[in-house]
Design a protein around this ligand. Structure first.
Ligand SMILES: [Zn+2]
Length: 222
């Protein structure tokens, strides 16, 4: 049985609860005013949320962070060091990065991360994977137990599986918010190479055995 529970608002924006021995890891916090459906989903699983991992700092992923983090004081909040800067509304670029304007909805948050994450680290059963391109510091999370890949906005499945590097006419918002498409395409390839058993995106349904659909999306974006 999968340790993954998808929470969705309007079938459009997702967060995920990942069951661990010490409680639940919440991946992303959806739009503002989503704390209630997230808390209700945790209650149905009869386990506490013990940490929040943010895939990236766009407003539809951090929207309910402040509301959720305000309640229990011992909740851990984790994000990449790079996107932690976006969380505090620092939109500066580093010299070695593509000098492209960071786009999308970047409202920032009051909450500061308890610590920052780097690719290769583990959060419970989840391996932190570099997924930059959509934002400069996006991360994906690979569940070592069953090969589920929670990919943030590196891929979306709303209106079909597509990378963040290519505009999907049925869901144009994602590519429009993407910082640097060539980097997003490199990330799409790297995530495909992980050969995930299941793709759990920020937008759209969870896709089982996503390899062929990921290959097709990469081909369309190349
Ligand atoms: Zn995004």
């Amino acid at each position: 049985m999968s340790q993954l529970t998808r929470i969705s608002r309007f079938g459009f924006v997702n967060a995920y609860l990942v069951a661990e021995d010490d409680g639940l890891t919440l991946i992303d916090t959806m739009l503002p005013r989503s704390a209630k459906p997230i808390d209700e989903a945790a209650r149905r699983l009869d386990a506490p949320i013990v940490r929040i991992v943010l895939t990236h700092a766009h407003g539809d992923h951090i929207g309910s962070l402040d509301a959720l983090a305000a309640a229990p004081a011992d909740l851990e909040v984790l994000i990449s060091a790079r996107d932690a800067r976006l969380l505090r509304k620092d939109l500066s670029l580093d010299p070695g990065e593509p000098q492209a304007e960071i786009g999308g909805w970047l409202p920032g948050a009051e909450t500061r991360p308890s610590r920052t994450l780097a690719p290769g680290q583990r959060v419970g059963s989840l391996e932190v994977v570099d997924a930059k391109g959509h934002t400069p510091g996006q991360i994906a999370l690979l569940d070592a137990r069953d090969g589920t890949l929670i990919c943030g906005d590196a891929y979306s499945t709303l209106g079909g599986v597509e990378t963040a590097a290519r505009r999907n006419p049925r869901f144009p918002l994602l590519a429009r918010a993407t910082w640097h498409r060539p980097t997003a395409l490199e990330t799409a390839r790297a995530l495909r190479a992980l050969d995930p058993t299941r793709l759990a995106p920020g937008h759209g349904k969870v896709v089982e055995a996503p390899g062929p659909a990921m290959d097709a999306a990469i081909a369309r974006a190349s």
